[in-house]
Design a protein around this ligand. Structure first.
Ligand code: MIC
Ligand code: SF4
Length: 643
């Protein structure tokens, strides 16, 4: 039986486990990436492990999230990360160099390699034919130390692309169509593998837009074959030496198949407040808008920017619309400045932002009250923009630029003929903002620069055998990590300080939660389906850990968040009978007995609430059981390094 492309790469990197569906496998990671909002914690954890130099082929630390320096905190974090990178063998991408995923695609990604990143959009690298997975900082720290990454052998979903995109329809519309069909839960436990004749019509940056937003499907990762377009991209980046052709075997077997005819697609938009709430732009046309934001790791490539500049050329954006543009990297910004495209944007009235995440993570550019914002980003969760009652629509750069001119949602197909936008034969390469690590003989003399806002890892304890504690919070379905641990300009600077950031935990749902949980000392949280979807931020587990949350009991979990809970030593439990969700209320006391034994040996966990026994499942691997017993991955790793 043939193998899928994903299976081929996983097999070549297998270090432990049986290569069969449902079993846990350990994968060697060739590369790692971190960004600054998750990076400080990841490097605090890495340092706690005591491995002097990273054991990967390539590790890169990017600064791209917390670039709004309205106090000393973010700048201190940048310096800390830079110094750790220099000491321990990690390349350091300085602030201003651009968004981690865009740069990694340009300068470091390579077909056939594995990459783990402390950011959920790490699968962007799948556009180059690599297995690129988002994870919590601690998993990335372990990978930097040479440890494997553990996943459940995934299902493989085949998406066959046919035909060719029509003018003004773009890669964003492809992934929005996949989201429309599969939903934000449709990719859980799966790798999405693209194939078919339509693949050859898409450039690497377009493929990367599609794999990037595979994160919104809940997928483990997404991947495209490596073909002549991959070679052309790598050649244009001066990196053709890393090219290898890769594709699935013709007789590969998939768990699920989907066919998308590219020529039938039309411009789409994900409506508030979920990336899978997708409608044709045509149906929304004429809706008054207040803001357009173009950029993010999804849509900030050179070609995206060239399309936008073409649409804006010689025009002025509508007086009632604020248009901001953040080119994805210094490479993209330099190129559009050299060829005059940037001038066209500036002339049209665009507000040019630094090459960074910016508004995507609520770092500025929050919309006006009840504002309608069109964004080329990947997430439109409630409140993420920084304005609680804003309505965010996720659209392609073409739709955003066309709408910025008219002031209403506009189908870009009304723009007339579309010229050919082709990938440059040579990208402008200048890696001067990527600092090399110190040579081995000098690393001891590199001092780690730690600012006063950088606190340590929260205290952990081995798993208790018995618990009798209250439910401090009950929430509903599709709770995102932006609900659990909000981001934005005010809260992000606290990412290195768990005691401080925990004061904002769950405040989107209930402002009184942090104080209540802290006072209770120990409690459980109850939730519905797809709990913890969205980002990889381990702070959504570390803040609850700090506040004394011992178990999270839900109908189902999103992958990265469940792993982060285990890493933090918090029990991730699911209701055996989903209707039991109704039997527990906030404030109820819950009791567990003989926990250590059941966690160790498997079997049903019983929770006693209101005199009734409620059966719960703990669907995790042997290793995860050991991690929970030890009190989290850091303790487990220390114990095992000791051995
Ligand atoms: C996001 O898009 O939500 C982030 C900010 O990039 C996160 C990481 C973080 O919270 O720092 C992600 O996607 O993992
Ligand atoms: Fe940055 Fe937004 Fe991409 Fe997250 S999704 S890495 S915040 S640009």
């Amino acid at each position: 039986m043939g193998l899928t492309l994903a299976e081929k790469i996983l097999k070549a990197h297998l270090v432990e486990g049986e290569f069969k569906k449902g079993s846990q496998i350990a994968i060697r990671m060739d590369q790692t990436l971190t960004q600054d909002a998750t990076g400080t914690m990841a490097y605090i954890e890495y340092c706690a492990m005591g491995v002097p130099r990273v054991r990967t082929e390539k590790s890169v630390a990017y600064i791209d999230h917390n670039t709004l320096q309205s106090g000393f905190e973010n700048a201190d974090d940048h310096r800390f990360i830079g110094s750790v990178a220099k000491k321990h063998g990690i390349s350091f991408s300085r602030p201003g160099n651009g968004i981690c995923h865009q740069i990694h695609l340009e300068r470091f990604g390579a077909p056939g390699k594995t990459l783990i990143g402390s950011d959920s959009h790490t699968p962007t690298g799948g556009g180059l034919g690599m297995i690129a997975i988002g994870a919590g900082g601690l998993d990335v720290a372990v990978a930097m130390g040479g440890g494997a990454y553990y996943i459940t052998y995934p299902n493989i979903i085949k998406v066959e692309l046919k035909g060719k995109l029509s003018p003004w329809v773009s890669a964003k519309d492809v992934i929005l169509e996949v989201l429309r069909r599969l939903s934000v839960k449709g990719g859980v436990g799966s790798i999405v593998e693209y194939c078919g004749e339509g693949v050859g019509t898409l450039t690497v940056p377009e493929r990367a837009t599609i794999t990037n937003m595979g994160a919104e499907l809940g997928a483990t990762t997404s991947i495209f074959p490596s073909d002549e377009n991959t070679l052309a991209f790598l050649k244009a980046q001066g990196r053709e030496d890393v090219y290898v052709p890769l594709s699935a075997d013709p007789d590969a077997v998939y768990d699920k198949e989907l066919v998308i005819d590219l020529s039938e697609l039309e411009p789409l938009a994900a409506c508030p407040h979920s990336p899978d709430n997708v409608k044709p732009v045509r149906e929304l046309a004429g809706m008054k808008i207040d803001q357009c934001c173009i950029g993010s790791c999804t849509n900030s490539s050179y070609i995206d920017m060239m399309k936008v500049a073409y649409i804006l050329d010689g025009k002025t954006c509508c007086p009632s619309v604020s248009l901001s543009i953040a080119p994805g990297s210094k490479q993209v910004l330099s190129m559009i400045s050299q060829n005059g495209a940037l001038t066209k944007m500036i002339d049209a009235g665009a507000r040019i932002l630094e090459s960074a995440c910016g508004p995507c993570i609520g770092m500025g550019q929050s919309p006006n009250s009840k504002g309608i914002s069109l964004r080329t980003f990947n997430r439109n969760f409630e409140g993420r923009s920084g304005t609680r009652d804003a309505g965010v629509y996720l659209v392609s750069p073409e739709t955003a630029a066309a709408s910025a001119l008219t002031g209403v949602m506009t189908d870009p197909r009304t723009l007339g003929d579309m010229p050919l936008f082709s990938m440059p034969e040579k990208f402008y390469v200048n890696d001067n903002m990527i600092e090399a690590p110190a040579p081995v003989e000098e690393m001891d003399s590199v001092e780690i620069l730690r600012g006063p806002n950088i606190a340590g890892y929260p205290e952990t304890k081995p798993l208790a055998d018995e618990l009798s504690i209250p439910c401090s919070l009950k929430v509903g379905d599709n709770i995102t990590t932006d609900h659990i641990m909000p981001a934005g300009a005010k809260i992000l600077p606290l990412r290195s300080n768990i005691p401080e950031i925990s004061k904002h935990c769950f405040t989107v749902c209930d402002e009184t939660f942090p104080a209540r949980a802290k006072e209770l000392g120990a409690s459980v949280v109850v939730g519905g389906e797809n709990y913890g979807q969205g980002s990889s931020r381990e702070h959504a587990a570390l803040a609850p850990l700090y506040l004394g949350v011992k178990a999270v009991i839900v109908k189902s979990f999103a992958r990265i968040h469940k792993a982060n809970l285990i890493n933090a030593g918090i029990l991730p439990l699911t209701f055996k009978n989903p209707e039991d969700y109704g039997k527990i209320s906030q404030g109820d006391n819950v009791e567990f007995a003989g926990l250590r034994d059941t966690v160790k040996n498997g079997g049903e966990i019983v929770m006693k609430v209101n005199g009734e026994n409620i059966p719960l499942c703990l669907d995790i691997s042997e290793r995860d059981r050991e991690i929970l017993l030890a009190g989290g991955l850091l303790d487990y790793t220390r114990e095992n390094l000791g051995k």
